[in-house]
Design a protein around this ligand. Structure first.
Ligand code: HEC
Length: 146
């Protein structure tokens, strides 16, 4: 291999290693603008279709069904990752038909739930990739505001 090519390969390997490491170390926060308003709108449509019948159109639940917004919901998910919440929805909800919501729709649903809990939207859609979602932590309070 010519020397020049070797240098390029070495530089790319180094770059990959550096970015790989920082991705592992850095947990992002749900408060940093991790979904878009359009995505939350799509999630709302799914919610009204598949979830509102039990959790309520206003997301407040009832005596038997937990709310999807407010301190009860946020404290249940506090310190867990977005991947955990998407998996919970995808794997166990709707209670009467688990597995019927695709990962993409469950991701849009989470965008809607974040919006409903006054977590600000951003410019980039929340990816449906589980590895990516694992890096985003749910917290009740904005860590930047503490
Ligand atoms: C048939 C009624 C029913 C439907 C439809 C339903 N759920 Fe649920 N859901 C429940 C009940 C009851 C619980 C609490 C018991 C449990 O966790 O299994 C629950 C729990 C949850 C939780 C955990 C709440 C917490 O505080 O940890 C989430 C998140 C959730 N549901 C999301 C959804 C979403 C999103 C949809 C729509 C795709 C949906 N559910 C549809 C009845 C329902």
């Amino acid at each position: 291999m010519p020397r020049r090519a070797l240098v390029i390969v070495a530089a790319c390997t180094l770059l990959l290693r550096v970015t790989g490491l920082s991705a592992q170390d850095e947990m992002r926060s749900i408060w940093s603008g991790v979904y878009t308003a359009e995505q939350a709108d799509r999630g709302k449509a799914v919610y009204l279709e598949a979830c509102a019948g039990c959790h309520g159109a206003g997301l407040l639940g009832n005596d038997e069904v937990p709310p999807m917004k407010g301190p009860h919901f946020m404290s249940d998910w506090n310190t867990q990752s977005v991947a955990d919440l998407v998996a919970r929805i995808h794997d166990t909800m709707p209670l009467d038909n688990p597995g019927s919501v695709s990962t993409t729709n469950a991701t849009d649903l989470v965008a809607y739930l974040l919006q409903s809990n006054d977590i600000p939207a951003g410019d980039t859609e929340l990816s449906a990739n589980a590895g990516f979602q694992t890096q985003i932590r749910i917290t009740m309070v904005n860590p930047q505001a503490q």
